[in-house]
Design a protein. Structure first.
Length: 180
């Protein structure tokens, strides 16, 4: 399953979040156009980013890495509660064309895309965490890949951000074994 299905609402909003975080932590700093492209890819609102608000959005996305690094449930709950306190979401049921009603954060009022991102993230993380009851996310275990992912699996914990990374690791292990 791809981690970047546009408009996929299960887990609601979190594919957008990991996509944005992975874009922000790439070596070349993501510009306003790159960030807007990620938002639009996931059906988000037009943010009319300036250099300043793009920088704030980058910082906000980077600050969420701290939560995706957590695997302890109590610490994750504290961190998400803290985010909910500081960035209360204004949830609304929205019906996107051709889709059932679903819960969304209200779009930002012009100048506060970072605040919008953090309140969206707080709501999405809280819903997902309460649904799963554990930290169903992680960082890709493939060498050289730094991507975060949302673990939607039900059976065994996910280790890689994508099937591509999983295949890459298996091929390398196979080769190493063969060359011994
Ligand atoms: Zn990966």
């Amino acid at each position: 399953m791809s981690g970047n299905v546009p408009g996929d609402d299960s887990p609601r909003g979190l594919y957008f979040l990991t996509d944005l975080i992975n874009t922000v932590q790439d070596d070349s700093p993501a510009g306003a156009a790159d960030l807007q492209a990620v938002v639009e890819r996931h059906g988000g609102p037009p943010l009319a980013l300036t250099e300043t608000t793009a920088g704030e959005l980058r910082d906000a996305a980077a600050s969420l890495v701290g939560i995706l690094e957590l695997s302890d449930e109590d610490r994750a709950a504290d961190a998400i509660n803290d985010l909910l306190d500081r960035y209360p979401a204004r949830p609304r049921l929205v019906r996107l064309p051709g889709r059932p009603w679903s819960l969304h954060s209200r779009a930002p009022h012009g100048t506060e895309p970072a605040r919008w991102l953090l309140s969206t993230a707080a709501l999405a993380l809280a819903l997902w965490f309460s649904e799963r009851g554990y930290c169903a996310w992680g960082r890709c275990a493939a060498p050289g890949c730094r991507n975060y992912f949302i673990d939607t699996g039900r059976r065994s914990p996910q280790r890689y951000c994508s099937p591509r990374c999983g295949t890459r690791v298996r091929v390398a292990a196979h080769r190493a074994q063969r060359d011994q």
